[in-house]
Design a protein around this ligand. Sequence first.
Ligand code: SF4
Ligand code: SF4
Ligand code: SF4
Ligand code: FES
Length: 950
Amino acid sequence: MPSLNSLDYGTPKRESETLVTLEVDGVSVSVPVGTSVMRASIEAGSKVPKLCATDSLEPFGSCRLCLVEIEGRKGYPASCTTLVEAGMKVRTQTDKLAQVRRGVMELYISDHPLDCLTCAANGNCELQDQAGLVGLREVRYGYEGANHLKSVKDTSNPYFTFDPAKCIVCSRCVRACEEVQGTFALTIDSRGFASVVSPGQNGDFMDSECVSCGACVQACPTATLMEKSVIDRGQAEHSHVTTCAYCGVGCSFRAEMKGNEVIRMVPNKDGKANHGHSCVKGRFAWGYATHKDRIKSPMIRKKITDPWQEVTWADAIAYTAAEFKRIQGQYGRESVGAITSSRCTNEEVYLIQKLVRAAFGNNNVDTCARVCHSPTGYGLKTTLGESAGTQDFDSVRKTDVIMVIGANPTDGHPVFASAMKRRLREGAKLIVLDPRVTDIVDGPHVKADFHLQLRPGTNVAVVNALAHVIAAEGLLREDFVAERCEPEAYARWKQFVLEPRNSPEATQAITGVPAAVVRGAARLFATGGNAAIYYGLGVTEHSQGSTMVMGIANLAMATGNIGREGVGVNPLRGQNNVQGSCDMGSFPHEFPGYRHVSDAATRALFEGEWGVPLAAEPGLRIPNMFDAAMDGSFKALYVQGEDIAQSDPNTQHVTGALTSLECLVVQDLFLNETAKFAHVFLPGASFLEKDGTFTNAERRISRVRKVMPPLAGLGDWEVTVELAKALGYPMHYESPAQIMDEIARLTPTFTGVSFEAIDRLGSIQWPCNPQAPEGTPVMHIHEFVRGKGQFVVTEFVATQEKVNQRYPLILTTGRILSQYNVGAQTRRTANVAWHDEDLLEIHPHDAEERGVREGDWVGITSRAGETVLRARISERMQPGVVYTTFHFPESGANVITTENSDWATNCPEYKVTAVQVSLVSHPSQWQEQFQSFTREQLDLVEQRKPVQAA
Ligand code: SF4
Ligand code: SF4
Ligand code: SF4
Ligand code: FES
C-alpha cells in the first residue's frame, strides 16, 4: 500500500551523466540514459496508469496497463519496459489508449471483490486509483465464472495479513522480496488463471522463510498484503519524517498518524541510509512506545526494599539534586557520575555529559559504547585519525570484495545487509571471518567465497596471517603507502607481519582456519578490485578489540583500500546512536569531538561557553565506577536509557555495585533491571516523543521528530535542564535545536550542522564545516585526518580466558533479527512470536558427548557464574564453541561473562567465555534469586503510592 505523500515514478531512477531528451504529450523532458518511458512521462507531468510497476523495483511488464503510443512505432508498447531514446515523441493520453486500458482494468476488476467501501485500503489503494484514472465505469463480466474471491486469508504474521482474494498477481511482492530484501521467500505458484502468490511450499507466512521486513506489504498495490494496524485503526491522516530508534543503520521513516496515534511506519524513499527499505523492528515493532508497562510518573524511595512513592517532576528533581549535593558534600566531588545512552539523541547525550562536567564538576561520564564500540574509537583514531567509519552505506554499490568480520548483518543490521546482498548478487565477492555459519555465509543466492571459521579470540592472529600473505606475495600497494602513510611505522609493521610466525601455516593451529583458506582470502582481498571491510562486535568485544581494529585499518591501508568509494573500514554500530553518543563527549577522557580533557585549549573553549572551570583529569569508566562503588568511594549514579544490570558483564559484580550506591537514578521507559536497584525513577520519552538527532554508523546525522507529546509530560532534555538548575548550574535552552547550535559552535566537525541544515539536506554526514558544507560521505580522500596513516604492529596475545578440562567450551554471544539489545523494547512487541527466549546453540558433536537433545535444559557454568537455558542443536556452530543471545534478563547470559576486557578501552570480552555445559533439571541459583527479586520489585511498583495532591 503506497505511503502518504509519495509520488511513484514507476521505475527506478537511473544514474548517468548522459541525458536523453524526448517529448511526452508535447512536453520536452531530459532524463538519464536507461530511464524508462514511464518514468520520463511521469517526470514530464503525464499520468500513466500502472499496476505492476513501482519505482522501488525493476520493471516487469506484466499488467499491460501502462501502454503508450510512440511516434514511428507499431502497436502500444508498455512504457515501463521501454527505454527512452533521443527525439522520441510519446503520447500517453489518446482515445485508443484509454479504451485498451479500460479493457485491461475491467478484467482485473471482474475477479476482485467489490467491497471498496469496507476495505481497509479504501482511499489508499492503487487498484482503486488506477481504475479511476482509466475511467472504468462498468464491468461487463459477471462474478458467476471461476474466480478467487473465496480464497482463505492468511493472518499468521503478527503484523500483516495476506488476502489472496484481492491479489492481482502483479508480482510486486515477489520482486520486492527478491530485489529489495534479498530473502526470496515468495513465489508465484502455478500459471495463468491458477497463479497465486505463495510463501514457501504453500505454507503460511509464519512458516516460510519470510523475515517480516514488510517490503512486500509496501509494494502491494492492493489490500492483499496489509498492515494489521491499518486494518484495526483505519487509514492515517498525516505523517512526520523521523528516524528508527533501533540499530545503527538509522533508517528514515514516515510515521503515519491519526491524531497522536501511530497507524504505521513506512520507510522513507528519500532516506539516504535505507532508500525506502526497513526491517521488522523499525517497520513494525514500535508498539512498545505505548505499552502498558510504561511508567509515566517520577518515583522515589529511600531504600530499594521500600515501595515506590510517585512524586511530581519538581519533587523528583529537587530530591535528586539534594541527594547528589549531599553525597558530594559527604564523600567528595568524585563520588558521583552518570552513564549516557546510545538510544538517546545527540542533544540529550550532550546535555548529560555537560551536566557531569559542569554541574557535578568531574569527568565521571561514560556510555554504553564502552561495552560495544569503544575499541573502534581508539583503533581508528590511532591509525586514521578519526573515531568513525570511513564510508557511506551506498559505497557498497561500488565494492568488488566485501569482507565481513565479526558481524552478522542480516540479524544486526538488516537493511544494510539487504544492500550488501544486492551487491553480492551483482557479482561482488565475499569473505567472512566468523566462528559461526551466519546467514551471510550461506543464504539465498549468497554464498561466501571464503569463510574463515576461526576460534573465538583469535581475530588478531587471522588478520596478521592475512597481512602476511599480502606482504609475502608482493600484493602490498607500496605506491599508496609511500604517498599516504608514515614510512617508519609501515616498515616496522611490514617486517612484523612478514615474520614466519605470522604465516597462515604457523597460525592455523591457534585460529583453526586452514592456511589455504587464509591465503585464498588474502589474495582475493588484495587483488579483487575495490575491497571494503565491514565489522561488528565480533571484532571489538575481545581482550584485543582495539588491536584488531588497528589490524583492520592496517589491512585497508596496506592494500590501498581507503579514501574512495567502494572501499574503507566500516564499523557496523549496534544501537541507533552509538556513533553520536561517542561524538557527543560521553567518554570520561574526551569532550565532544574526541578532544582530550587534558588539552588546555579545548578546556578553555568549553569553559568559555559553559562558564565554569572544568576538570583536566579523565573520570571513571563504567567498570571503574562499579569497582569504586564496591570500594565505597563512588556513591551516586545517574543512568539515562541504559540497562547496565542486564547488558554489562559479570552481572553479580554489577548488581553488587548498584546495591552499594546511596543514590541510583534511572531514567527509562520501563522499570528495567537496573531500575530495580534505583532510588529515583525518572520516566523517559520514547523516540516518538522527542525532537533531536541520531547519528548512524555512516556518521549520518538525521532528525528525530516528535510525533506525539511525551507520555510523562517532559522530554528527556528538559529533565536534564531542570536537574542542572536544581544543582545550581542553570542551562538556558528553548529547544533541542539550540543545543545542536551549541554543539556546532564547540565542535569543529559539526560547525555546519543545524536543524535547519538537516531539514534542508535531509541528513548530513559529519564532518560538516566550511570545507564540506553538505557533509562528507567518504573520509580520508586526499590525506588521512591525522595526516599520514599510522600502521601499528598488532602482536597477537591470547586471551587469559583459557579453556581447560573444567571449562572446555567457548561461549560466544550475539543477537537475533527480531530482538534488540536487552530486549526492553522488542520484548514488549509481537516480535516475541519469533524469539521468546534465549537458547544455547551447540554443535551436534558437543551435544551428543553430553547427552543433550534439542530443547533440553542445560546448565552453562563459567568462572564467573552459572545459568540455565534450553539447548538448540545447530550445525552453524563449530565443535567446541557454543552461542547464545542476551535479549531476556532471566537468561542471565551476563551472569557467566567475565570481567576480562580490551586492554586499551575496557570493552568487555563478551565473545570469549570458557564454559562447561551439562544437562540440568532446574534453574540456576542465580535465576531463582533473580525471579524472587523481580517479583518483590514488581510488587513494590504495584504498591506505589500515588502522587500527593499539592
Ligand atoms: S500480493 Fe499484492 S503485490 Fe503480490 S501479486 Fe498480489 S497484488 Fe501483487
Ligand atoms: S515481509 Fe519481507 S521477507 Fe517476508 S515475504 Fe515480504 S518481502 Fe519477503
Ligand atoms: S535496519 Fe535498523 S534502523 Fe533500519 S529499520 Fe531495522 S532496526 Fe531500524
Ligand atoms: S505497469 Fe507496465 S506493464 Fe504493468
